[in-house]
Design a protein around this ligand. Structure first.
Ligand code: FPP
Length: 261
């Protein structure tokens, strides 16, 4: 299993009330396409276009670790044409974006069981990871053929195969054996398109994450929607009382959001 180095050098968010690590379940591409009488793959293409503004908004807010759920282990059951279009899209996107991501100091990591990916895509993934491995300004994890349960099983198997005494297994050891080894757990999981499910995404790592579900379809999500999610996240913890309220007022300016009510 490939794992990122400890992100000691990854900068902290611009403000302490913002998340350090965000995970996103990018749902609703199919519905977006259907609304426009377009093929589903057009929705996925539009979904890819959403990633850049969202990364830019994360950068503005100082959120430097982003994990995108691009393809689950369950997604293989989609029609073959859709699966192959998605795989092609992953490869094309890597080819097109890797230079700029590298220039921007972004480290790319693919989380998941890559043994089922084509040799060509595996090579592209390995190339992008090797190329950006030294970057420490931000981390972009893309989960492809990823499932949270499978990740935990694979980690335990790997520890056993390495001779680790499983009767001594603890949370720290298991965390380190996951694809996200060394990364802080996500503070915020965003799901677009309204379903109130975690869908096998970062099961272990999301133990304490705040969940934010929006009806906005992923291709319609963007900088403003991301800032709304950040604002909602910041409002979840109220324990700092009056100081917190004052910070929220500053945050409204910082994120340019219009709070409801
Ligand atoms: C869910 O929408 C979306 C997916 C299964 C694919 C998400 C992938 C991308 C946006 C491409 C990402 C690419 C890279 C390189 C990171 P859905 O098809 O389930 O939508 P529906 O529920 O409305 O049908």
């Amino acid at each position: 299993m490939l794992r990122p180095p400890a992100p000691a050098a990854i900068p902290l968010p611009a403000r302490p009330d913002l998340p350090r690590h965000i995970g996103i379940i990018m749902d609703g591409n199919g519905r977006w396409a259907r609304q426009r009488h377009l093929p589903r793959v057009a929705g996925h293409r539009a979904g890819v276009r959403t990633i850049r503004p969202v990364m830019e908004a994360c950068d503005q807010a100082g959120v430097h670790i982003l994990t995108l759920y691009a393809f689950s282990t369950e997604n293989w059951s989609r029609p073959r044409t859709e699966v192959s279009a998605l795989m092609q899209l992953f490869g094309e996107t890597i080819d097109r974006e890797v230079d700029e991501l590298d220039q921007n100091g972004v480290q790319i990591r693919v989380l998941g069981d890559r043994s089922r990916l084509s040799g060509r895509l595996r090579d592209k993934v390995a190339g992008a990871e090797a190329r950006t491995a030294h970057n420490t300004d931000a981390i972009l994890n893309v989960a492809i053929n990823y499932g949270g349960r499978g990740e935990i099983v694979a980690a335990v198997r790997e520890l056993a195969a390495a001779g680790f005494d499983l009767s001594q297994l603890d949370e720290e050891t298991l965390s380190r054996a996951l694809y996200t080894s060394g990364l802080p757990d996500p503070d915020l999981i965003i799901r677009t398109a309204g379903e109130m499910r975690i869908s096998n995404f970062l099961l272990w790592q999301a133990a304490y994450a705040e969940l934010y579900v929006t009806d906005t379809l992923w291709p319609d999500f963007g900088e403003n929607a991301l800032n709304d999610a950040l604002y909602a996240y910041s409002a979840r913890e109220r324990r700092f009382g009056a100081v917190r309220e004052r910070q929220s007022a500053q945050l409204i300016d910082f994120l340019h959001v219009t709070p409801a009510g």
